[in-house]
Every structure is written in C-alpha cells, then in structure tokens.
Ligand binder design. Structure first.
Ligand code: NDP
Length: 334
C-alpha cells in the first residue's frame, strides 16, 4: 500500500490570512543556491527528477561574497566566488533545473507529501525536499553596530570594501574569514586593523602568515569592541584591551569601516519544529548520509555542517542529497 496521497498538479490551499494560496506539485524541491543546492540540482536534474530550486535570500550563497576561491579542485588559477556560482547555476540549468527567485518562508513537514511556502504566498508540494539553505553572518550584537548598519558597518568586505578605498577600516574575528577579509581590504584601504578577542588567530597557518606579513594590517590581540561612534557614519571604535583582567584598558581607533567576520548562524529556523538540530542550530543528519530524521527530507551544505564548511564539502554533500533523494523516490515508487 502506498504511504502517499495521490496529488493533482495544481491545488489550492489557504494562507494565514485565509486567502487562496496557489499551489504546485513537484517531485523534488531544492531550497538554496550555494554550492550544495546547485550540485544537488545538477545531480537531480541529470537523474530526471525535474527539480525546482528556489534561490533564497542570497542567490549564489555565501561564495558570492568571497573573492578568490583557490582551493576548489579544478581551478588551478583560482576563480572568483560569483563566477564559480554562475558556472554552477548554468550547469544546473543545462540539465533542466527550474531555478526560481523566491524565499522559503514556512514549511509543513507534518505529513507527506511535504509543503513548503514560498514568499508567504505560494505553496510547493514536494515528494522530497533538499535543504541547502546555508548559513548567515553573525554580528556582535552592539546597539551602535545596528545604528551604523550600511553606514560603516558591514559583514561583507567583498561587497562593500570598494566604498572604503584609501580609508582606514577594522575587521573583527580571528578565523579564516577574518583573515581573508582583512587581506582583501588591505588591497583597497590605507590601513586595516584586525580585532581579535583572544591572543592568537584561529585561521589556517597560510592565512596567518599572509596577514602577519602584510604591511597594511595591524593585528590587535585581546581586544573586544565596546562601541562604535561617529556622526551619521562610523568614525571610531572603542576597544577594551584585556577585558576582565587587572590590565584592562580602553582605547579608541579611528576608522571609517567596521567589518564583521565572526562566523555564521545556520539558516535552519523554519525547519526547527520538524527536524533535529544541534545546540547551535545545525540540522542533524544521519552520519554518512544527507538524511534527516524525516524520510524524504535531506539536508546538505553549511546548514548541516558545523565542521568543514567549505565550498567543496558543501558541493559533495549536495551530490549525496540528490543521490539519497533519487533512491528514496525510486524505493517509494514516486
Ligand atoms: P570561525 O568560526 O572559524 O571563526 C570565527 C572567529 O570569530 C573566531 O576567531 C572567533 O573567536 C571570532 N568571534 C566569534 N564571536 C566573536 C565575538 N562575539 N567577538 C569577537 N570575536 C568573535 O569562522 P570563519 O567564518 O572564519 O570560518 C568558518 C569556516 O570556514 C572555517 O572552517 C574556515 O576554515 C572556513 N573558511 C575557509 C576559507 C578558505 O579556506 N579560503 C575562507 C573562509 C572560511 P575565537 O577564536 O575566540 O572563538
């Protein structure tokens, strides 16, 4: 006996305000357009699953905010993040993926087939859902950070660095992202402070060396940002040195731009009522697979990976999700 209710291709349901909501049936829905989502789309499309992919808030994902990608196999001379994502998109389209602009705003995974609401107005009914929603940049949570958002505060050096050409800026963080952002900005700006809360960098050795050897970058260890100040735009940052110790002091640096590079939060919020997540919100998958605890729901890329978070591992997990989805559909005669 089939577990699944047969569906018409077009249905109507009600949205929150009670209005009729357009609804569409698909075998395979992919949410997200980073390396994981596009790779899942390439595999699913080549397996004749006719996937629909919704690109989400940031089409192309986080790599569209990065500069040179030097560690993705197959690009001996490197490639820019946006170019790489454009190529992945074209590859997914070539095999028939239906790529659409839109954001998944709600899900109903309480019964199969699963329902995903797009932009609060349209419902996609899917036999399988591949979640590839990635992760989003974190902020410090300072009031002044909010105040100067877009007026000196940014979480994307590649997007906004150009506006600080010839100026002094600061980058917060001690990981690979922070080093990468600092190096990128050093190519544009007069001076780059790297504000690190510990007394060491967490970044890979090669990135650390590049940062330490760059004449325009000054690393400020054991500093926390207390507040940003300025008239209309950021003009200075107040830092606390060695906070909570007897040597604690306050210092002010003059800057025009303040860039955050302190990690990311997985975009798993809308799935939390149905799927298991770890303490920081990453979706749990069955080890060695892309399977979540719900049959037919698969997760890949940064939304389920707190450890590796690389473009190549995201792409690999996208491939796994498409293969898992294809096998699931075949096993259930869908
Ligand atoms: P990470 O989690 O590796 O680093 C975050 C950094 O931000 C840490 O130094 C952390 O400090 C600091 N931080 C976190 N919260 C605060 C806070 N409230 N105040 C001040 N500092 C804070 O994130 P990344 O985005 O750098 O990297 C994520 C993953 O992506 C890593 O695996 C990295 O290797 C990879 N990556 C690789 C790249 C490449 O290979 N080209 C480029 C970019 C990223 P603390 O150390 O004290 O916790």
């Amino acid at each position: 006996m089939s577990l699944f209710k047969p569906l018409e291709t077009k249905e109507e349901s009600k949205n929150i305000s009670g209005n009729a909501k357009a609804s569409e049936k698909t075998r395979c829905l992919i949410i997200g357009s980073g390396p994981a989502g596009y790779t899942a789309a390439i595999y699913a499309a080549r397996a004749n699953l006719s996937p629909i992919l919704y690109e989400g808030l940031q089409p192309g994902g986080q790599l569209t905010t990065t500069t040179e990608v030097e560690n993705f196999p197959g690009y001996p001379n490197g490639i820019t993040g946006p170019d790489m994502m454009q190529e992945l998109k074209e590859q997914a389209e070539r095999f028939g993926t239906d790529i659409r602009w839109g954001i998944a705003t709600a899900v109903d995974f309480s019964s199969r087939p699963y329902k995903v609401t797009i932009d609060d107005e349209k419902e996609i009914i899917a036999d399988v859902v591949i979640i590839a929603t990635g992760a989003t940049a974190k902020y410090l949570g300072l009031e002044s950070e909010q105040k100067y958002m877009g007026s000196g505060v940014s979480a994307c050096a590649t997007c906004d660095g150009f506006f600080y050409k010839g100026k002094d800026v600061a980058v917060v963080g001690g990981g690979d992202s922070a080093c990468e952002e600092a190096l990128y900005l050093a190519g544009l700006c007069s001076k780059v402070y790297l504000i690190v809360r510990k007394d060491y960098l967490r970044a890979s050795k090669i990135m650390q060396e590049r940062v330490f050897n760059h004449p325009k970058i000054e690393v400020l260890f054991e500093r926390n940002t207390k507040e940003l100040r300025g008239e209309k735009v950021v003009q200075e940052a107040v830092l606390i040195k060695k906070e909570g110790t007897p040597e604690e002091t306050e210092e002010v640096i003059k800057i025009d731009g303040f860039f955050l590079a302190i990690g990311h939060t997985p975009n798993s919020q809308i799935f939390k009522d149905y799927l298991e997540t770890n303490e920081t919100g990453y979706i749990k998958t069955i080890p060695g697979t892309s399977k979540t605890k719900l049959p037919g729901i698969f997760a890949c890329g940064d939304v389920q990976d707190p450890v590796y978070r690389q473009a190549v591992t995201a792409a690999g997990s996208g491939c796994m999700a498409a293969i898992d989805a294809e096998r699931y559909l075949a096993e259930h005669g869908l």
